[in-house]
Design a protein around this ligand. Structure first.
Ligand SMILES: NC(=O)c1ccc[n+]([C@@H]2O[C@H](COP(=O)([O-])OP(=O)(O)OC[C@H]3O[C@@H](n4cnc5c(N)ncnc54)[C@H](O)[C@@H]3O)[C@@H](O)[C@H]2O)c1
Length: 344
């Protein structure tokens, strides 16, 4: 079937959504964009022209465009501060809603949106595209296979000197809320066990061009004794990591090192005498499902599949709130300088 959709928020990220919808084989012919909304009309008009959407209704008032177009879907690509109102408006018009991350600007807002989607009987999901990549899927498979033994720890480094301009430079807790949400979600997915508690130190390093929270060090306790150690900064110049971070993942038999790109080094120890054990290299399996490795296109396809099949998508808000809760617990820990229990 072909779904009709309105997209709200025609800024930088909307190009990624519209390109995926227009070009990706997973999405061919599945969605007709019937409306584009932005507070700045010229921004929406420019996107419509760029993607040849001459028949789409253009507007600055989401409510009015939804009333006119009556779409099946609302694609929410607005800034986080506007998210709650936009999602609630979409649900009120009977749309299934797919939002950009973060799912909400507060945990309470996240809970309210889950309740609103349930009351409306509509699918509500989040673009957590950085779990839909080959490396993350391969690591999940490796951990599940038990080849590293039982998982004990994940360590990750995210260091990128990113000069975005725009809303991020004024945003509170910018690294944790706008970026670490991806990394924390990926860790939760790869580990396959639930986060329980966190200790976090959040800083805005000397020389930072952000207003608040451009760096964080957070230690998460997961179920089954697994520890996840996150170190990140958006104002670290000179030696950028991958956007996926650089990882060291340790099990009872061995370790996987992943550079966040194409390089994996997995080794397991062999029995022997002496202080240090030899280690032998091991293959990291291919992703179980290649269709889940295409970022935004995979999230969008999963959202459409779930609606068609009457099931919850992988990044349903009811699950994604567990990643949001990791972020807000880290923020709370940094504020109170205490260990904080993670609960939704
Ligand atoms: N998943 C990813 O990898 C990824 C990457 C970048 C950004 N994002 C997310 O995408 C979202 C948008 O980010 P961006 O970089 O495109 O920001 P942006 O500032 O470039 O664009 C946001 C647009 O939303 C519009 N807008 C704001 N409030 C609105 C409202 N109430 N109704 C309609 N339009 C409204 C603004 O006018 C602006 O044009 C954010 O949540 C961001 O975190 C996700």
């Amino acid at each position: 079937m072909t779904f009709t959709a309105v997209l709200a928020g025609c800024g930088a990220m909307s190009r990624g959504w519209l390109s995926a919808l227009a070009e990706h084989p997973l999405l061919a012919g599945r969605v007709e964009v019937v409306g584009l909304v932005d507070l700045d009309r010229a921004t929406a008009e420019a996107r419509a022209a760029e993607f040849g959407l001459s028949a789409a209704v253009i507007g600055t008032d989401l409510d009015a465009v939804l009333a006119e177009t009556k779409p099946d879907l609302l694609f929410d690509v607005v800034i986080p501060a506007a998210r709650q109102g936009v999602v609630e408006t979409g649900l009120r018009h009977g749309c299934h809603v797919l939002s950009e991350k973060p799912m909400a600007a507060t945990l309470e807002a996240g809970r309210q949106l889950i309740a609103a989607a349930k009351a409306a009987g509509r699918v509500h999901a989040v673009v957590q595209n950085r779990r839909f990549i080959s490396g993350v899927r391969r690591i999940r498979r490796l951990i599940e296979s038990g080849a590293l033994g039982e998982l004990t720890a994940l360590h990750c480094d995210f260091f990128i000197g990113a000069h975005f301009g725009g809303f991020r430079e004024q945003m509170e807790n910018v690294l944790l809320l706008d970026m670490a949400i991806h990394t924390l979600d990926a860790a939760r997915f790869m580990a396959g066990v639930a986060p329980k508690a966190v200790y976090c130190l959040e800083t805005n390093p000397k020389g930072s061009w952000y207003g608040h929270g451009a760096a964080a060090n957070a230690i998460f306790e997961f179920d089954e004794g697994v520890v996840f150690n996150y170190r990140g900064s958006w104002s670290a110049e000179g030696a950028n990591t991958s956007w996926e971070s650089a990882w060291r993942i340790i099990g009872t038999r061995g370790t996987l090192i992943w550079d966040g790109g194409e390089t994996f080094d997995a080794r397991v120890a062999v029995d022997g005498p002496g202080l240090l054990r030899d280690a032998v290299a091991m293959d990291v399996p291919a992703p179980a499902d290649i269709e889940q490795t295409h970022g935004h296109a995979s999230v969008l396809a999963e959202f459409l599949d779930a609606i068609e099949q009457g099931r919850a998508p992988e990044t349903a808000s009811t699950d994604n709130i567990n990643s949001l809760a990791m972020v807000f617990a880290a923020i709370e820990s940094a504020r109170t300088r205490q260990r904080v229990t993670i609960s939704v």
